[in-house]
Design a protein around this ligand. Structure first.
Ligand SMILES: *[C@@H]1O[C@H](CO)[C@@H](O)[C@H](O)[C@H]1NC(C)=O
Ligand SMILES: *[C@@H]1O[C@H](CO)[C@@H](O)[C@H](O)[C@H]1NC(C)=O
Length: 413
């Protein structure tokens, strides 16, 4: 008994020392809570690696547990009516404000929301997304369309993107908007992380669609992923071991979005995955040109190596290679002329986030193209923070971010 306790105690200490200790910056608030939260994510990631190694279940299959444990059944309450709908073959969770008595049906705002999770994880049915959608429904008196797009690796690019595009095309029709009492002039698209990627991509592609008559009024991108060409920007380098989204995991998401070929993952890890076609687009993600001085820090620019020969033969004409140059996957890869008619934008970035520079480069590029951009940068923020609103992993930062984001929508939509 006593020996058992000692062994258990020793094991716990080892576990804690191994997983909890990590170099989390001093200025991050609620530091201990973040360390413990991250210890969970990292142990799950190690378990997932192990499971894949011994052939039990693939890595993302194990990581999907994160989605499952936060799963809720979105139901109506006294203020919000929640229904599951099918928009052109894609499932959505629809949140509508309940009519106040006496109030006439004034047209309402709408937000199409795309959840994060690296195109591989996440669901509109996760508790934090459900809570966010309810808050937005009430505070904005808005209809929220939360899209349950299909995920990689079962469905590689462009399937997740195309699911979202179909939903948007379906929703942005006069008849459909009228059905939900939505004002066609007050519709935004928004999403966090990979959801921000999809939101930015859809906003761009809609402009190119000559049949599209109803346009988006705003796009709100929360720590978005915006390019796959340079995975060594200063923020990737500075934050490669940060909690929640270390560089390895982000690279894993990117490679799984495109292909299950592990060689592509290894090439992306080494930042040697560019091919002659994608390398001609490197100018659009040149951080030495698009990052303000203050964000370049101590890093010196060197363009990602373009590997010819063996690697080119391996990926040269393959699917992932073509996807790499596709702006529907990397919205930064378009010229200014494709940006200038975009709806006004809100872009949230966090200091301790590998994706920080993706967001900041888009801020620069959109502003240069003449788009109105509100850039909110969180000096002590970390990736994924907006999701941490539910006990026991509730962060004050998440509440602040949510309030500021909703406030922007209130003022701009
Ligand atoms: C990146 O920008 C710098 C200057 O801002 C320039 O010297 C360099 O040639 C550019 N590189 C690429 C690949 O566009
Ligand atoms: C960047 O370049 C400068 C000047 O060439 C050099 O002094 C510095 O050490 C370099 N920084 C890094 C991180 O390599």
């Amino acid at each position: 008994m006593r020996l058992g306790s000692i062994i258990l105690f020793a094991a716990l200490c080892a576990f804690t020392a191994y997983y909890v200790y990590e170099p989390i910056p001093e200025d991050i608030e609620e530091r201990w809570k973040l360390m413990l939260t991250d210890a969970f994510f990292r142990s799950l990631s190690h378990l997932a690696d192990f499971s894949e190694l011994v052939g039990l279940k693939d890595y993302m299959g194990v990581m999907y547990v994160i989605t499952l444990i936060e799963n809720v059944v979105p139901v109506s309450d006294e203020h919000v009516m929640v229904t599951m709908e099918n928009f052109d073959g894609v499932e959505v969770v629809l949140y509508q404000p309940k009519q106040q008595s006496g109030d006439d049906t004034e047209p309402r705002r709408a937000v199409i929301y795309l959840h994060g999770g690296g195109w591989c994880l996440g669901s509109s049915r996760m508790g934090p997304y459900d809570m966010l959608a309810r808050k937005m429904t009430i505070e904005l008196n808005a209809v929220i369309v939360s899209v349950e797009y299909r995920l990689a690796p079962a469905h590689h690019f462009p399937v997740p993107y195309e699911d979202v595009y179909r939903v948007v095309k379906h929703f942005l029709q006069m008849g459909v908007l009228a059905q939900f009492s939505v004002d066609p002039g007050r519709i935004a698209i928004s999403g966090d992380s990979a959801g921000g990627n999809l939101a930015a991509a859809v906003s761009q592609q809609l402009l190119k669609d000559p049949t599209q008559q109803i346009h988006l009024k705003a796009q709100a991108l929360i720590y978005p992923v915006l390019q796959a060409l340079d995975l060594n920007t200063p923020s990737y380098q500075q934050n490669q071991d940060m909690p929640i989204l270390p560089r390895t995991l982000m690279v894993r998401f990117w490679s799984e979005y495109f292909t299950s070929d592990k060689a592509f993952f290894r090439a992306m890890m080494a930042n040697t995955h560019n091919n002659p076609e994608s390398s001609s687009l490197l100018k659009f993600v040149n951080w030495s040109a698009f990052l303000p001085e203050a964000y370049r820090r101590k890093y010196n620019y060197s363009a990602p190596t373009v590997v010819h020969g063996e690697a080119e033969q391996e990926f040269g004409t393959s699917e992932p290679s073509r996807s790499l140059a596709d702006p529907r996957a990397s919205p930064l890869l378009v010229p200014d002329t494709a940006l200038h008619s975009l709806p006004k934008a809100y872009i949230l970035t966090c200091e301790y986030d590998v994706l920080r520079d993706d967001g900041i480069m888009y801020v620069t590029r959109l502003r240069t193209a003449g788009v109105a951009v509100t850039h909110e940068h969180y000096d002590t923020g970390f990736h994924g923070a907006l999701m941490f609103t539910v006990w026991p992993t509730d962060f004050l930062l998440a509440r602040r971010m949510t309030d500021n984001y909703v406030k922007w929508l209130k003022e701009n939509l």
